[in-house]
Write a new protein. Structure first.
Length: 93
């Protein structure tokens, strides 16, 4: 099978999923809601909190950061912030 056909086969297989409950701080919820409103106003489509959380997780998973090397949440945040700082877009506000 050609490499292009193999890639196409891999892409078409759907991801499995699990429904979970996550407890967030009020400031985290407010942050997600602010992003959702900004996206709706700028691009005229709705995005859910869950989609935003999945995007953040996907970005972390695709980074070279090994979160298991951190001994606490502060270190995890610092690791991700450092990894994302170079490509971070400027604040609009």
């Amino acid at each position: 099978m050609a490499k292009r056909e193999q890639e196409r086969t891999l892409v078409t297989q759907p991801d499995s999923w699990a429904k979970i409950t996550v407890v967030l701080l009020d400031r985290h919820v407010a942050y997600l809601d602010r992003i959702a409103v900004d996206i709706r106003l700028q691009f005229a489509f709705a995005v859910s909190r869950a989609e935003l959380i999945r995007a953040l997780i996907e970005a972390a998973a695709q980074s070279d950061v090994v979160l298991s090397d951190a001994s606490n949440i502060k270190e995890m945040v610092a690791m991700l912030a450092g990894a994302w700082a170079s490509g971070k877009p400027k604040k609009k506000r």
